[in-house]
Design a protein around this ligand. Structure first.
Ligand code: GRF
Length: 188
């Protein structure tokens, strides 16, 4: 079985990217990360990618060079683009070229708490359960079809950091399982 090739777009820490790279190193996992692209030359995730021997690229951020991103992804024969803490919005013309081939992870149970600071939004709303969502990316932010979700409890003494950490641990597993699901469907 040929592995599905993943291109990961990051802007920062890169812990979800790292979880996908690690999953891909297992020969039984149906996908592998073949390139990492960032709009931020200071992204900590760049170092992680390079250490793992994955080709990593920095693209112009102002304005975002979406044509260059497209070119790198095509050169690497990417089947599926994984946004992992990518802090720029991809425009409709890019998403049209990659229709149903761009997925994202968001730290809430969508459709609740779209946009930035989803964990803080959950705390402020006083919900007792939040979580994470892997979804397809459409021009409307955090609104595409849902692929996988994991629920995470909000505990009485939580602050943004403690809640974010609890969600993040689940994000890593949820993202890997969502990619497995998609890759297995593509392979069949
Ligand atoms: C994660 O919480 C993800 O859900 C959100 O941005 C954060 C990225 O973290 N979209 P990391 O860079 O993967 O560590």
């Amino acid at each position: 079985m040929e592995k599905i090739k993943l291109g990961v777009l990051i802007s920062g820490r890169g812990s979800n990217m790292q979880a996908l790279i690690k999953a891909g190193q297992d020969c039984s996992f149906p996908a592998e990360v073949v390139c990492v692209i960032t709009n931020n030359n200071k992204a900590a995730g760049l170092k992680i990618a390079k250490q793992a021997g994955i080709s990593a690229f920095i693209v112009e951020n102002n304005p975002l060079d979406a044509d260059r991103i497209h070119e790198i992804l095509v050169q690497h024969k990417v089947h599926l683009i994984c946004l992992a803490g990518f802090m720029r919005i991809l425009k409709a013309d890019f998403l049209t070229k990659w229709h149903n081939k761009v997925v994202n992870i968001h730290p809430s149970l969508l459709p609740s708490f779209k946009g930035l600071s989803a964990q803080e939004q959950a705390l402020k709303a006083g919900v007792k359960i939040t979580g994470c969502t892997v979804h397809y990316v459409t021009p409307e932010v955090d609104a595409g079809s849902i692929i996988a979700q994991t629920a995470v409890p909000v505990l009485p003494n939580d602050n943004i950091q403690s809640l974010s950490e609890r969600i993040l641990a689940e994000e890593h597993k949820c993202y890997v399982e969502a990619i497995r699901l998609i890759a297995e469907n593509i392979n069949h």
